[in-house]
Design a protein around this ligand. Structure first.
Ligand SMILES: *Cc1c(COP(=O)(O)O)cnc(C)c1O
Length: 404
């Protein structure tokens, strides 16, 4: 008799987005004429930049010609894209990252979920609380998280790094020593960012303890402040302790197109083994590469034209972020984020829970957001609004919230 992977059965249902959809549907059935504004989405809404679309069209045509047809892509990605990333991303930041340390993929969600496979099952992970749920759930599936407690909403073998207003949503070093440390800055859901000095503390710690940092930089394009690093490799010593995950989803609107990459420096060695070689083996065995057409699209993001166009899109979202952040503050809310990230994280008023505030905002302002408690117990009492709506809707939503 076949046995299922029972680790999957340990996962509590993730009701966050289905519960939101259900509540919104009930509301809409009751109030047919209401003008609902959705600021809960974590997905881009602007269309893909023209320079990128042009490159995709060209690549599509190439696929239709015998001379320029492309079959399987190289395991680790086409050189034209890896060279472009090495030069235009890391070279521009002054980081020493080589093209053959870059593994092209279909996105940062799959990479952040899959990367744990190259580590032993008895490693202990540390995650921020609140957190992007993929990091935890994939470790649960692998049998690394221990048991779930309904009371604490925590896993017995996971080290939690609380992120709250007290520490400005930047975690402190843990008392227990983790093996794998997941960090995501600029952060989803809190919108917080770390300074280079703050990140250097983590790099030094990981090197000292022999831990590995998995650094999710999916939102680096939203950074507006000078002292906030775009890559963990801006920190000294990161080549010996950090893996970086990158995505084209939020910086170039590729959420429906799918492209990302993972960087593993060859100097990152644990137990005498270069992690680069394990991920190369894993990639070669389980993955056949992002499509040629999409890798050409990714290359076009880094042309002068492409850069100008995607920067304009990000500026559009960040103008929304400013409207939300300043509007909430002037309405008396305590709110953070929105300066280096498209997310604004606000404290619910009084003693309202995240879900009570969700209902209140839906009923009274017809605005949909995301309850912070959906990202872990540390998110209780907080609420996330996103800058991915239209400017007009964002302004209108904030006007309504101010009138509450
Ligand atoms: C959106 C997001 C990603 C990007 O995922 P893709 O699979 O590349 O679309 C990665 N990490 C976090 C925290 C995100 O919010």
């Amino acid at each position: 008799m076949v046995k299922v992977n029972e680790n999957f059965l340990k996962l509590p249902g993730n009701y966050l987005f289905s519960e939101i959809a259900k509540k919104v549907k009930i509301f809409q059935e009751k109030h047919r004429e209401s003008n609902l504004i959705r600021l809960g989405i974590g997905d881009v809404t602007l269309p893909i930049a023209p320079a990128v679309i042009e490159a995709m069209h060209k690549a599509v045509d190439e696929m239709g010609q015998k001379e320029s047809f492309h079959g399987y892509a190289p395991d680790l990605g086409y050189e034209f894209l890896r060279n472009t990333i090495a030069k235009k991303v890391y070279g521009a930041l002054g980081c020493e990252i080589f093209a053959d340390e870059i593994f092209v993929s279909d996105g940062a969600k799959s990479d952040s979920g899959n990367i744990q496979e190259i580590f032993g099952v008895d490693n202990r992970i540390a995650v921020c609380d609140p957190v992007y749920p993929v990091y935890v759930d994939t470790n649960v599936m692998a049998g690394r998280a221990g048991e779930y407690s309904k009371e604490t909403e925590q896993w017995s073998n996971v080290i939690y790094l609380p992120c709250s207003a007290e520490n400005h949503f930047v975690p402190e070093l843990p008392k227990e020593t983790p093996d794998l440390i997941y960090l995501c800055f600029p952060n989803n859901p809190t919108g917080s960012a770390v300074t280079k000095d703050q990140l250097q503390v983590w790099v030094d710690y990981a090197n000292k303890m022999g831990s590995v940092i998995i650094y999710d930089a999916a939102y680096e394009a939203y950074i507006t402040e000078e002292n906030v690093p775009h890559s963990i490799y801006e920190c000294e010593g990161a080549r010996t302790c950090a893996i970086e995950l990158r995505s084209f989803s939020k910086n170039a609107g590729f959420t429906g197109v799918r492209l990302g990459y993972t960087v593993i420096p060859k100097d990152l060695v644990r137990g005498g083994v270069a992690l680069h070689s394990l991920w190369a083996r894993r990639h070669g065995t389980k993955y056949n590469g992002a499509p040629y057409i999409i890798q050409r699209a990714g290359e076009a993001v880094y042309t002068d034209e492409g850069q100008a166009q995607v920067k304009e899109q990000i500026a559009y979202y960040m103008r929304n972020a400013k409207v939300i952040l300043e509007g909430l503050k002037s309405a008396g809310f305590s709110a953070t984020g929105g300066v280096n990230a498209p997310y604004i994280w606000l404290k619910t008023p009084g003693s309202m829970t995240s879900w009570e505030f969700f209902d209140y905002l839906l009923e009274k302002a017809n605005v949909v957001g995301t309850p912070g408690s959906g990202f872990g117990p540390g998110g209780e009492g907080y609420f996330r609004l996103t800058a991915f709506g239209t400017y007009e809707n964002t302004v209108e939503a904030i006007e309504r919230i101010k009138r509450l």
